[in-house]
Design a protein around this ligand. Structure first.
Ligand SMILES: [Ca+2]
Ligand SMILES: [Ca+2]
Length: 384
């Protein structure tokens, strides 16, 4: 068993930064028979982009999360990019750590709140709220931080990182097993590792800057952390809600052999480290699947595939062929779509990109980021 596979191998990043720089970034459209990937900002290179979000404000802007601790805001119509927030001085971006997640409050237009997930110098995961400035929509107030939640990371890998608001208004947080051989923590409900967490950011209780929803599944178990919504996950790096069905789709990065896609449900145990996808690891000396929820889809490590980047169920209008399909990628550069009803999986692109995230604009159109070239691409219909 190999538990040491990294989502973003530090050695690999160092190696490839020296061999592929922004100077040779490919911004030519990538085309298949139906679809095109087009770079959306001319003459601009983001620094290690790992998040793409929108503020739900109808402005047409997208927000790009840079791993070192900066959020950029891009107006695609004006081809204008500004620094929205720079917290790089407090972000620990070693190995897989960094500024890993961003989510805008559902009422952002009225309250100006947004939330970030980052790692600190003392190896915590920290979830904080910031506010937009009063007089500039393209600038956050860097002094507005309110810390909501912190928990330790065993090592610099497997930090999860996604923040997403559900249709229930609660903030969902993806948490990896912590790394460093800490995989059993994913089955330990007394830690926040290896889990999807759910908190209520609109209320506070017990001296916290948030509260725990009363219908979270483990609130009545004295030894369990009430924030846990689901568990048994290894490194659910990216997850997203299908806003039409309300289902929460997660790509859980595998260890040695398998990558998996899960639909996250309240109280469910996704099996890690007893199972990697639907393959038994024998961890804890058991292969019993009783009480475990297996993936809705999985793929093996062949043809260079090695680390899933979870995507979105497409509900936009520009690409009819993708509607109702979960679009996701592997760090090998392949992009697939999975029909959410038939589970038919189709290869869309086999690219040279190192795809770290997908994201939507406020029109539900789909974007992705290429980590090394720093380009953001948009899915569009190919012009044949
Ligand atoms: Ca970690
Ligand atoms: Ca699993």
């Amino acid at each position: 068993m190999n538990y040491s596979k990294l989502f973003l191998s530090g050695a690999f990043i160092l190696l490839c930064i020296s061999c592929k720089t922004s100077d040779d970034a490919t911004t030519e459209p990538i085309v298949n028979t139906e679809l095109t990937l087009t770079s959306v900002i001319d003459n601009y290179t983001f620094d290690q982009p790992i998040g793409i979000e929108n503020a739900g404000d109808g402005s047409g802007r997208i927000f790009i999360v840079e791993k070192e601790g900066i959020i950029k805001v891009a107006n695609l119509q004006l081809q204008d990019v500004n620094t929205f927030l720079n917290i790089s001085q407090v972000v620990n971006a070693s190995n897989e750590m960094g500024l890993l997640g961003l989510a805008f409050h559902p009422d952002y237009v009225s309250n100006g709140y947004f939330y970030v997930n980052y790692n600190t110098a003392d190896n915590l995961t920290r979830i904080s709220r910031f506010s937009v400035s009063n007089d500039n929509v393209n600038l956050a107030n860097a002094n507005s931080e309110v810390i909501l939640l912190e928990f330790p990371q065993n090592d610099t890998n497997h930090n999860g990182g996604q923040l997403s608001f559900g249709t229930d208004g609660y903030l969902y947080i993806s948490s990896g097993d912590g790394g460093g051989g800490n995989q059993e923590s994913a089955q330990d409900l007394s830690t926040l590792a290896g889990a999807i967490l759910r908190i209520d950011v609109n209320n506070s209780s017990n001296g916290l800057n948030y509260s725990i929803p009363v219908d979270n599944p483990f609130v009545n178990e004295p030894s369990a952390r009430g924030e846990i919504f689901a568990y048994g996950l290894r490194n659910p790096w990216r997850m997203s809600f299908d806003e039409q069905t309300g289902k929460l789709w997660a790509g859980d990065v595998g260890a040695g052999d398998w990558e998996e896609i899960d639909i996250i449900e309240s109280g469910a145990n996704y099996g890690w480290p007893i199972y990697e996808a639907s393959n038994c690891n024998g961890f804890f000396g058991s292969c019993d699947t009783m009480g475990l929820t297996l993936p809705v889809f999985e793929y093996p490590h062949d043809n260079g595939n090695h680390s899933i980047t979870g995507g979105f169920v497409y509900r936009g209008s520009l690409n009819p062929s993708l509607v109702g399909k979960y679009v996701y990628a592997d760090l090998s550069g392949k992009i697939w779509c999975l029909d959410v009803n038939s589970l038919e999986n189709t290869l869309l692109f086999d690219t040279e990109l190192y795809i770290t995230t997908f994201g939507l604009d406020s029109n539900k159109e789909l974007f992705l980021s290429d980590f090394f070239s720093g380009q953001i691409y948009k899915f569009e219909q190919a012009e044949m």
